[in-house]
Structures are given as structure tokens and as C-alpha cells.
Write a protein that binds this ligand. Structure first.
Ligand SMILES: [Zn+2]
Ligand SMILES: [Zn+2]
Length: 395
């Protein structure tokens, strides 16, 4: 089966049955090759990180850098340290238990690699960041095929030597590993409640039942119902885009209601009656966006604190696909706060120690109008170019 790495929902080419793919921990892929000596192949593991490094640096700046990097998951000099641009250039394939070859076991865990990446990345910054978070949902293990030919280590993708003389004490066929033991599981995409076929594009993290108006999120071996609401709207919007609304507990600062927000963000507004009653929530897009827009959208909605009574009803119009998980959204809260908290010197003094613990979340749809090239929400001053939004989905 040929799939891209953002595919979660697939259609069987034969029987047209749709399924949702899940794999324990993370997805594993291999680089494609056209070697016929399959039995002699050795697959070397690389961690692949795809996401954005957000760094808060003095003076009061959030540096954002999108990264798509791979790194050896086992330190061994004869193999290339990373896969370079290949993961973007080649069509990756899923590994099944039937895939022939020996799969070398990874030794370094993702935290070790992430620390290494941070050190390397921070050398490129002028000042050491006070706070840093890597946000993005794509973490996977890539396996690259190699084989040995007359003492040389051959790259099986290009069919070229990558290491001229393998040292005598290394036998590439005896490095700890074995057959691929992991299995991709297929979950049914029929609504557990009414049996209707769920809607979901190939990169959807949440599927929609248009029959009984429910949302379903694959979780381990089944799908669980995801509560959601929408903002009220008196117009007929073109599309509703999903956002995560997150309630969190914080140390060091008091940010529990709108009145607190006015002070903390130094908003040009006098607190009004009821502002101390309206609970404070963080908001982030629930769809992938380029880092800059991700921050803008998060800030604008968080600073606006939508307070209309949410409606417990699925919009009739188009729904934007959820492509950004809440598990990543909660990692962005401190960066979100860093974007609006004032003055900078107070922020600088607390940003390292403050904790923000997510407590509750809800998926909320916000209405957007179609204005030609852009989708726009005037109330919260959000505008996004449609092409760019499509492009962001590949992040
Ligand atoms: Zn089938
Ligand atoms: Zn249903």
C-alpha cells in the first residue's frame, strides 16, 4: 500500500471499504528501493521530527522555525548521520510484518535526540532561549535500506557505497534487530452510534458523522466520541474551522478570568461588570498552520476570549478538518502566553519556572466567510489564504 505519512484514513482499492490506520507509539516507514536482493537488506532506523521549534528569546521575541529533520536512532558511524532531504523527496512506504529484511533496533529515545537537536539549533540563535518547545504532531521512525558488498556498505536506495571499508568488528547483519514485528491496525470508519459511514479526509484526526451529528476520535483500537460545540452565528458561514479551547492551571500568575487577562496582557480596555466572572481559556487552532499564523490565530482568539454561549449543535455548512491534535496544542500554551504577557521583564523573570497545566479541553467550531482567496472571521480578525491553508496541511 502506498501512503503518504500524513494519511490516517484510507480506502481499500478493492472493496472500497474505508479504514482508519493506527499504530502503537508512532508510525514506522521505510524508504522505497528497487533492489531484488531483498533478503540481504538491513534497515537502519532514523527518528524523524517534523514540527516547529518555538523559542522565547530576549528581548521579548518568539523565534519560530519549522523543521523536518531525521537523525540516527542508534549511534553507528558507518551509517549516514541523517537522511538529508530524502524523507521529503521520496514516497515513504509503510512497513508490514511481511516486509523482508532485517530491521535494526533503535537505541536512542526521542528525548535524547531532541536534546541533541536543541543544542545544535540553539547554536544558531544569538542568545540562549529562556524557553523552548517543539510543537508538531509528526514524529516517526524511518528505516533506510542498506546492504554489504565486498566490504562496502551500500545504500540500497541509490545503489551506491556510503562507507568504503566496514571495520572487521562490525557485521551489519548481526546488529541487534530482526523482523518487523509491529502491525498497523485498521479501525472501522462506521459510526459506533448509528452505523453511518464517517466522513474524514486522509489526514483527518477526527471523523464526522453527518447522520447523528457526532465526532469520533480514533484511540488505540477503537474510536471514542469527541464532545464539541460551535460559536453562535447569525450569518451563513462558508466553513467552520475547528479550535481547541483549553482551561489550564497556572503557577506564578493569576489568570483565571477576563479581568486578569486585561491586566496581564495590558489590553486597552477597562474591566467591565462580569469580566471577573468569565473564566479564562487558551485557544489554539485545531488544524495545522504555518508557525507564524499558528501564533497569530492562537493570540487573537485567546485575547478576544469568545464569551458568547456556545451552541451544542453541528454546523450544517462545511467543517474544517481537524489535523492538529490537542496533545500538541497543550504544548503551545506557554508560548501563547509569552506572546501577549506584559511587561517583558516580568515575563522573562517567570517564563522558565511557571507551569501551565491543562485541565479541560473542548473542540469549538468558529465561523469563517469565504472572501475569494481568503477565509475570514471578522470578529476575531482572522484571515487565512486558502492556498496557504492547503499547503500547511503538509507540515
Ligand atoms: Zn478491501
Ligand atoms: Zn452516527
Amino acid at each position: 500500500m502506498d501512503l503518504t505519512e500524513t494519511d490516517h484514513v484510507v480506502n481499500c482499492a478493492y472493496c472500497r471499504v474505508k479504514s482508519y490506520l493506527v499504530q502503537k507509539d508512532y508510525f514506522r516507514y521505510m524508504l522505497p528501493h528497487d533492489q531484488d536482493h531483498e533478503k540481504d537488506l538491513v534497515y537502519f532506523p532514523y527518528w524523524r521530527f517534523k514540527g516547529t521549534m518555538f523559542s522565547y528569546v530576549i528581548p521579548d521575541t518568539i523565534n519560530k522555525r519549522f523543521m523536518d529533520i531525521s537523525h540516527q536512532a542508534l549511534p553507528l558511524d558507518i551509517f549516514p548521520a541523517s537522511l538529508g532531504l530524502r524523507p521529503q523527496a521520496l514516497k515513504l512506504k509503510f512497513i508490514t510484518p511481511e516486509t523482508a529484511g532485517r530491521f535494526i533496533e533503535p537505541k536512542l529515545d526521542m528525548k535524547q535526540i531532541m536534546d541533541f537537536i536543541k543544542i545544535r539549533f540553539n547554536c544558531s540563535l544569538k542568545t540562549k532561549p529562556l524557553y523552548q518547545e517543539f510543537i508538531g504532531e509528526n514524529l516517526s521512525m524511518l528505516y533506510a535500506p542498506f546492504y554489504e558488498k565486498q566490504g562496502k556498505l551500500m545504500d540500497a536506495v541509490l545503489d551506491e557505497p556510503v562507507f568504503k571499508h566496514i571495520p572487521q568488528d562490525i557485521n551489519v547483519y548481526e546488529i541487534n534487530g530482526g523482523k518487523p514485528g509491529w502491525q498497523i491496525k485498521f479501525i472501522s470508519t462506521l459510526c459506533p452510534e448509528c452505523g453511518w459511514d464517517l466522513d474524514g479526509e486522509s489526514d483527518a484526526l477526527v471523523m464526522v458523522c453527518r447522520n447523528c451529528h457526532t465526532l469520533w476520535q480514533p484511540y488505540e483500537k477503537r474510536t471514542i466520541k469527541l464532545p464539541f460545540k460551535k460559536l453562535p452565528s447569525d450569518k451563513k458561514p462558508a466553513i467552520w474551522l475547528p479550535f481547541w479551547r483549553i482551561k489550564a492551571e497556572m503557577s506564578d500568575i493569576k489568570l483565571e478570568n477576563f479581568e486578569d487577562l486585561i491586566k496581564i496582557a495590558n489590553l486597552p480596555r477597562v474591566a467591565q461588570k462580569g469580566d471577573d466572572k468569565a473564566g479564562f481559556y487558551f485557544w489554539t487552532p485545531a488544524f495545522k498552520l504555518l508557525p507564524r499564523y499558528f501564533l497569530i490565530f492562537s493570540h487573537r482568539v485567546t485575547l478576544s476570549q469568545p464569551r458568547e454561549t456556545l451552541v451544542d449543535e453541528m454546523p450544517e455548512e462545511a467543517l474544517g478538518t481537524v489535523t492538529f491534535p490537542v496533545t500538541e496544542a497543550v504544548k503551545s500554551l506557554k508560548i501563547n502566553l509569552a506572546g501577549f504577557m506584559k511587561p517583558a521583564r516580568v515575563l522573562e523573570s517567570i517564563i522558565q519556572d511557571i507551569y501551565i497545566r491543562p485541565r479541560k479541553y473542548l473542540l469549538v467550531y468558529l465561523p469563517f466567510e469565504d472572501q475569494g482567496h481568503e477565509l475570514v472571521n471578522l470578529e476575531y480578525k482572522l484571515a487565512i489564504n486558502k492556498n496557504m491553508m492547503m499547503h500547511s496541511r503538509n507540515l
